[in-house]
Design a protein around this ligand. Structure first.
Ligand SMILES: *[C@@H]1O[C@H](CO)[C@@H](O)[C@H](O)[C@H]1NC(C)=O
Ligand SMILES: *[C@@H]1O[C@H](CO)[C@@H](O)[C@H](O)[C@H]1NC(C)=O
Ligand SMILES: *[C@@H]1O[C@H](CO)[C@@H](O)[C@H](O)[C@H]1NC(C)=O
Ligand SMILES: *[C@@H]1O[C@H](CO)[C@@H](O)[C@H](O)[C@H]1NC(C)=O
Ligand SMILES: *[C@@H]1O[C@H](CO)[C@@H](O)[C@H](O)[C@H]1NC(C)=O
Ligand SMILES: *[C@@H]1O[C@H](CO)[C@@H](O)[C@H](O)[C@H]1NC(C)=O
Ligand SMILES: *[C@@H]1O[C@H](CO)[C@@H](O)[C@H](O)[C@H]1NC(C)=O
Ligand SMILES: *[C@@H]1O[C@H](CO)[C@@H](O)[C@H](O)[C@H]1NC(C)=O
Ligand SMILES: *[C@@H]1O[C@H](CO)[C@@H](O)[C@H](O)[C@H]1NC(C)=O
Ligand SMILES: *[C@@H]1O[C@H](CO)[C@@H](O)[C@H](O)[C@H]1NC(C)=O
Ligand SMILES: *[C@@H]1O[C@H](CO)[C@@H](O)[C@H](O)[C@H]1NC(C)=O
Ligand SMILES: *[C@@H]1O[C@H](CO)[C@@H](O)[C@H](O)[C@H]1NC(C)=O
Length: 657
């Protein structure tokens, strides 16, 4: 009976296919693909320091990230850093000066070029590191020393001799001071104790380069920075240095609003394009190899669709959401273990914004943009909640990109678990078990619904619409899965590439004001909802439809319940966990400063190695030990030139709009 009714359904589908002129896409899943780790916290955020307060001021971020933690069992990593970290000025006392663009401690959205703090906030790198630990405790994972350090010559913060050699000297000096300080040593002693309760000493995220290796016309200055040069230059020469570096970071923005030439090259269909994305991400393959060889993974420490705050109409559309999913999975498949999406409370590329504000003559309300749904969809991809977890363990997932789903408009991935905790009877391949498949139709379909989102600029709502009927493809995927096995389908869907609202994941939508999920599917719990259930056919062939501009996750073994398979056994002890659902800032990677206490004065003079508490101050330069000296003329001039350049960039941006 079952077989009969299924074949009737198949016939009906074939009939529909003919009527709709469907194309068939055949995909195979090679059994011998090499895979890379797919971490449960592969998707992170990077928050610009001036906007941290805004994100912490409402419950939107904590509610949204609480949902992610509930699904993945792991907090979302947050890196605090960015441009305004490099422009953080320490004032000896309140009140902060009220002049020009730095008219307030929390600057205006588009004119924010600097961020003023008092010593009550932070003092210098070493004290700052201690303060960060005191404030964040176990949530603190790592420090960065400087932001986009391969722009420091151009910004006038280092002379032409700045390069790998001097960087390593300064990195070594600062990390040495931080790890040598009392609080760090005390923590290290605790973590050595037999009562080890997972307390770990914070590590360092090294490098933090901005320039894309293979796009010479976007490189700000000539220097010798690359991960390969850094590791060859001996950054981990000493064993203790290898232990404290937990990752190497690079930044990547495929498009940009920062200057006029790139403003005119901004395009939504270049974002929702897997071949373009591959070009952008694959340029880091040699850097991944260098980082791996040095014993720590490469991460994209700061990224988004377009630099200088993004572009509404591109950055806040469903096309950007598909790009986000493709980006994170493509990066993971080549060994980039985490991708941190930059957030500003008034940035056009932010996945969600917590407070109302005025931008370009429009009043925008707080809300959730399409990009958020990429994060939630990815949470479903990395979640091991729904699988059999008999051993009390969540499974470690690995990922490979599928060679037969690799064009501008199609991207596909296979997700595996190691077979050490696999249920008996499930088929294995190459020591790994295929658990999930992800397919992204990146083709552009401009629909007529969901065009507006009151948290985005209405001036950029879609006005170009695709003609005809939205195409649908039938996928025929040859899998190693057994005939008759059930497969849960989770769709990331929207009315079109141009949609700014009406985006959903398996029918689940998040309330724009509160961030609370309204879970699709009768009686389903967050993380257990699905769009439909299908069955594996003869010879392991799985058939399903995908419409143009849609993401699909397929998960085998869908009818196993997850009860009792909580987050009690995450294998990854290298990062600290917080209890899911308790806080939005579940883990933080707080940058520390390159303020240079007690070090070579010649470095101190040129230096503002980024991040809150940077050595240079408005009233003078921090010389360490809590005192300041007057800024040199060269420093004042460098600051002036930088601010002028920033203002010019923003002016161009407005002009181009
Ligand atoms: C079916 O699709 C193909 C390829 O997109 C197109 O060339 C053809 O004209 C379509 N046929 C019909 C009947 O719509
Ligand atoms: C997998 O096997 C195929 C067919 O034998 C071969 O062409 C391909 O190079 C192999 N790929 C890897 C990654 O080993
Ligand atoms: C955050 O909330 C506090 C207390 O309500 C308020 O004083 C502060 O201005 C708020 N900050 C922002 C950025 O809205
Ligand atoms: C996370 O799960 C806990 C326990 O089921 C629940 O109380 C909490 O509301 C959930 N949080 C979110 C944001 O869904
Ligand atoms: C911690 O243990 C390691 C290895 O046993 C040792 O080298 C290190 O000195 C210890 N650190 C402290 C602070 O006790
Ligand atoms: C790496 O260092 C070499 C030797 O100094 C230099 O020629 C090369 O340009 C550097 N690579 C990068 C990407 O800067
Ligand atoms: C991304 O790729 C596109 C297409 O090749 C290119 O125009 C753009 O400059 C690239 N951006 C970066 C940062 O690599
Ligand atoms: C905002 O409104 C002013 C006054 O009507 C106008 O001059 C300006 O061009 C507008 N700016 C934008 C970005 O629309
Ligand atoms: C996808 O295509 C690009 C460009 O042709 C190629 O370099 C890459 O290796 C392909 N990826 C896979 C998984 O086959
Ligand atoms: C879809 O709309 C975007 C802007 O919303 C536009 O750039 C693109 O050219 C449109 N594409 C098609 C095929 O209509
Ligand atoms: C589409 O989104 C708008 C704005 O959020 C909402 O009012 C409307 O109910 C949504 N429509 C559907 C069909 O979900
Ligand atoms: C850092 O450099 C200063 C000045 O050269 C030196 O006195 C100090 O010992 C160095 N500290 C470390 C930990 O290397």
């Amino acid at each position: 009976m079952m077989k009969l009714s299924r074949s009737l359904v198949t016939i009906a589908v074939v009939g529909m296919a003919a009527a709709q002129n469907k194309t068939t896409v055949s995909i195979s899943v090679p059994s011998n693909m090499s895979t890379r780790i797919l971490a449960p916290d592969v998707y992170g955020y990077s928050i610009e320091p001036v906007w941290l307060d805004s994100y912490l001021n409402t419950s939107l971020a904590s509610t949204l990230l609480g949902s992610i933690a509930n699904v993945t069992g792991k907090g979302t990593p947050i890196r605090v850093g960015g441009n305004t970290a490099d422009q953080t000025y320490l004032y000896p006392s309140s009140p902060l000066p009220l002049t020009g663009t730095d008219s307030a401690a929390i600057p205006d959205a588009l004119t924010a070029t600097r961020f003023n703090i008092t010593p009550r906030c932070w003092a210098n790198a070493v004290a700052e590191a201690q303060a960060a630990y005191a404030g964040l405790g176990d949530s603190l994972v790592a420090f960065e020393l400087g932001n986009e350090i391969d722009h420091f010559i151009n910004k006038g913060w280092r002379d032409a001799s700045w390069g790998v050699k001097t960087y390593i000297e300064q990195f070594r000096n600062l990390t040495g001071q931080i790890t040598g300080s009392g609080w760090y040593q005390a923590l290290a002693a605790t973590s050595n104790s037999t009562h080890n309760n997972k307390k770990k000493t914070p590590t360092f995220q090294a490098a933090v380069f901005a320039d894309p290796p293979l796009v010479p016309d976007q490189q700000d200055e000539i220097d010798d920075f690359s991960i390969a040069n850094l590791t060859a230059g001996g950054i981990t020469l000493r064993p203790e240095e290898k232990n404290i570096i937990s990752s190497y970071a690079v930044h990547l923005y495929p498009q940009s609003t920062c200057d006029t030439p790139r403003w005119y090259r901004l395009r939504l269909d270049l974002l929702s394009d897997h071949s373009v994305l591959w070009k952008n991400v694959s340029q880091y393959i040699p850097q991944v190899a260098a980082a791996d060889a040095a014993g720590a993974p490469l991460v994209i420490g700061e990224t988004n669709s377009a630099s200088c705050s993004g572009k509404s109409g591109i950055s806040d559309t469903f096309g950007a959401a598909l790009w986000g999913v493709d980006y994170v999975l493509t990066a993971a498949s080549i060994g980039i273990e985490k991708v941190y999406f930059h957030l500003g409370a008034r940035s056009e590329y932010s996945s969600f914004t917590p407070l109302p504000y005025t931008l370009k003559n429009e009043t925008l309300v707080p809300g959730i943009r399409a990009g958020w749904y990429a994060h939630y969809f990815l949470a479903r991809v990395v979640s091991s909640k729904n699988r059999n977890c008999g051993g009390g363990k969540r499974s470690e997932f690995h990922i490979a990109a599928l060679p037969s789903a690799n064009s501008s408009s199609l991207s596909g991935f296979a997700v595996y678990s190691q077979n050490d905790d696999v249920k008996k009877g499930v088929r294995h391949a190459g020591g790994k078990e295929l658990r999930k498949l992800v397919f992204l139709d990146m083709g552009v379909w401009n629909g007529t619904e969901g065009l507006a989102n009151p948290s985005t600029l209405s001036a950029t709502d879609g006005t170009m619409f695709s003609e005809g009927t939205r195409p649908v493809s039938t996928f025929e995927v040859t899998t190693p899965w057994a005939q008759g096995a059930t497969v849960k389908v989770v769709r990331l869907a929207a009315p079109g590439t141009n949609a700014k609202s009406n985006v959903s994941v398996a029918g689940t939508v998040f309330d724009d004001e509160t961030g609370e999920p309204a879970v699709g599917g009768e009686g389903a719990q967050l993380g257990d909802e699905y769009s439909e259930i299908i069955e594996v056919g003869a010879a392991g062939i799985l058939r399903f439809d995908v419409q143009r501009a849609e993401g699909v996750l397929l998960e085998v073994g869908g009818d196993e319940t997850s009860v009792g398979c909580g987050d009690d056994g995450d294998h990854d002890d290298s990062q600290h966990e917080s209890t899911p659902g308790t806080s939005g800032t579940l883990r933080a990677e707080a940058p520390t400063s390159g303020s240079e206490p007690n070090i070579d004065p010649s470095m101190s003079e040129q230096s503002q190695v980024g991040e809150p508490g940077s050595g240079a101050t408005g009233a003078g330069v921090n010389t360490g030990a809590g005192t300041t000296r007057e800024k040199t003329d060269a420093e004042i001039e460098a600051d002036r030139l930088y601010e002028e350049a920033m203002e010019e960039e923003y002016a161009k941006r407005e002009g181009g709009a």
